[in-house]
Design a protein around this ligand. Structure first.
Ligand SMILES: [Zn+2]
Length: 84
């Protein structure tokens, strides 16, 4: 099985990791550890962006791009995925 090491650092204002666009709760932070784990969140379709944070879905990531006029790296399928 392929190992995915996900490292996402971002400043959170409370003990939750939330979608940067819609504020949906993605995980809880307990002693600096994500619950469920980052790997699990990633597998569940949440989108981690290094040195930025998380989106709950591709749609939220794309909406964020549009709103703030930025571009995340994409796979050739057009998905935002830094951990493929
Ligand atoms: Zn979202």
């Amino acid at each position: 099985m392929r190992q995915t090491k996900i490292v996402v650092t971002s400043v959170e204002d409370d003990n939750f990791c939330k979608c940067r666009f819609c504020d949906k709760k993605i995980a809880e932070i307990k002693n600096d550890i994500m619950v469920p784990s980052a790997e699990e969140c990633y597998k569940n379709g949440n989108v981690p962006v290094p040195n930025f944070g998380w989106f709950c879905s591709q749609a939220c990531a794309v909406n964020y791009e549009t709103k703030f006029d930025i571009n995340f790296a994409k796979t050739k399928e057009g998905k935002i995925d830094y951990y493929l």
